[in-house]
Design a protein around this ligand. Sequence first.
Ligand code: AMP
Ligand code: MG
Length: 495
Amino acid sequence: MHTLKNLPFDNSFARLPDHFYARVQPTALADPYTVSINPQAAALIDLDPAEFDHPELAHYLSGAKPLPGSDPLAMLYSGHQFGHYVPQLGDGRAILLGQVRNRKGESWDLQLKGAGITPFSRAGDGRAVLRSTIREYLCAEAMHGLGIPSTRSLCMIGSDEEVYREQIETGAVLLRMAPSHVRFGSFEVFFYRNQHERLRELADHVIAEHYPELQADPQPYLALLREVVQRTARLIAQWQLVGFAHGVMNTDNMSVLGLTMDYGPFGFLDAYEPGFICNHSDHQGRYAFDKQPEIGLWNLTCFAQALLPLLDPDDGEAAVAQARDALAAYQPAFVAAYGRGLRDKLGLRDERTEDQALADRLLALMQHSGTDYTRLFRDLATLQRNDAGMDGLLRDQFVDREAFDQWAGDYRARLHAEGSEDGERAVRMNRVNPRFVLRNHLAQQVIERAQRKDFAGVDELLAVLSRPFDEHPGMAHYAEPPAADARQIVVSCSS
Ligand code: AMP
Ligand code: MG
């Protein structure tokens, strides 16, 4: 177990040449205090829980005091934002402290978000507000609890220092962790600058640190692209299955490890609405919920383009052909992962051609009725194969109950065809259909409490969302869909 002062930093990113980043010191928030610390993430870096009571914890974990061994820097990247290339972005308010290696040999980036301006801040203030910090802190852990790859949240530090957004708010710092924060945009910047040697250095670094098994491949860069295609396809299939809309799928927010990252105006579906747009600045609905799968491919195409000079330095056409071939694997990978996931949600063990149509019919009924996505799938586990008389809980979630009855009849026939057993099926379904997701109105409730300095709601919700498939007696209110008037929370990009 480590203390705050002897974390075993091994800063592989800072050992790269300095054209990948700018060294920068965090700017302390005034009088920082701990809002929440996440023991599960602390365990990933073997941080002794006794340290949670350290009188200067908030100083060390917000960047106000340097963590011994850290080597703070802001990473350079560019990216496509809402379809347009922006030549330079970079960490404008994130500061990478370095990598800590744990007992298992895993390396974890420790990154502050909201710790002051960097050379990449442009017009920004380098800060993050408590509101958006709580949302990212909780959602990253909720995703992890759901089994979806994500950055992790170590702790959240608050301050009474004012930060100006649409209104005056208070600042906060998130300390997040990931095996790497390298993005598609980290590659794009060197492609557009025509700096192919740097591109190669970065690719070699990512492969050595995160895809060591690809080093032996005769075409390691093509293998890297193929792997990122697979991971991204699987990641987005998982988002769709759980009803998660990211909101800002710019290529600078896409992880080369296939992690969910940079939580902004995200949202989980309440009522099933495929065209759901969670970001009120997204007027065209570019990042609507049902657009995410195709945007995933669009983003991967940008990433593939950035890798072209590495795929075949001498023959541009051959490089393009390789990239096309790698990208062609996206759709089948997505369809396979999504199809398997839908069957799991329906509790179907076997694979039959009519399954997709059965699922689509249910989704269409849900859309028509505005049925709550998470609740319906969770409740579906209570369906009895031989007793339609017990369907009340389910059919009450539909406007057209006869249409639901018809669907349920076909579903029963399908269950019968594979000899499905109610109890065993329910156990399987409850492992994939969560009881709890981070609904916007829940985030809003704990944010309002936290803004009054009552942080207990954050920890309580963290505990529930970390184990979203458990029932959590006494916490049923966190599973409730929003009241009708809370449904339309739109979230702004200003965070
Ligand atoms: P995002 O859409 O939040 O991923 O941010 C896009 C870019 O804007 C990134 O380069 C961020 O670092 C930068 N950025 C966002 N907010 C701020 C801020 N308050 N201060 C400085 N840079 C910011
Ligand atoms: Mg970002």
